[in-house]
Unconditional design. Sequence first.
Lengths: 119, 119
Amino acid sequence: MYKKKLPVELDCGLHLFMEVMNGKWKISLIWSIHCGIRRPGELHRKISKASRRLLDTQLNQLVSHGIVSKTSFDQKPLKVEYSLTPLGQTLIPIIELTAHWGEANRSVLEPLFLNEQYA
Amino acid sequence: MYKKKLPVELDCGLHLFMEVMNGKWKISLIWSIHCGIRRPGELHRKISKASRRLLDTQLNQLVSHGIVSKTSFDQKPLKVEYSLTPLGQTLIPIIELTAHWGEANRSVLEPLFLNEQYA
DNA sequence: TCAAGTAGGGCTAAATTCAGCCGTATCTAC
DNA sequence: GTAGATACGGCTGAATTTAGCCCTACTTGA
């Protein structure tokens, strides 16, 4: 278990948004769940570049942030389904707009992220 | 100089957006520049919680990503001004919408980020 | 029984970002 | 000339996130 040592910046609303979306695969997870992929195994097959371990971790964070809800069916083969909460659903139009921005400027942005160097 | 070793995810437009906004103070920088605070020293006084060093680094990244342009005036006291590029200006309505989402849900989100634990 | 599928977590190290110190210039003003 | 302002970057270690290993427990089907 890891506890944050530096304070989180919450002064402006955008930081709240970024804090929720912060995590390499959370966007993909939210979008996939929105598209009807609800089970952990399915999500892993869809987002196969991420480890199963990390997907579970980020799903748990989304649950604790109230974006996604988790339902465990008390069956014998043990089944779990995720779905968006009402709060999570309010993210969808924002994600759409933002993704649209990225696509519209892909030709400009994409070359910049290849072979990038940081100081 | 640091070179990325793991591939950047660029499949969806939202990841492009997140890649641009990725950096603890970039949102504040973009917004402050939009509000007319153009000089490095002024920005540092406005965002005094961040070190001057880090602000410079993130400003350079924003410049290299085509979001912000940097103008050096060839005067004697040496003066620098930043401003948003046309691409950077297209981010403003998105930032406004996203910040609005954060504010609207602040009462729900804020308690979750205090004393947070990670696995 | 053995393989494969379901779901989940402990643990460690790599990768990346952030914080903060120090040093370089030039100019203004006292 | 000493202090303070402008602007910039090298460097180091802390903080945080990500990757990838292994293990549990149950069920289905061959």
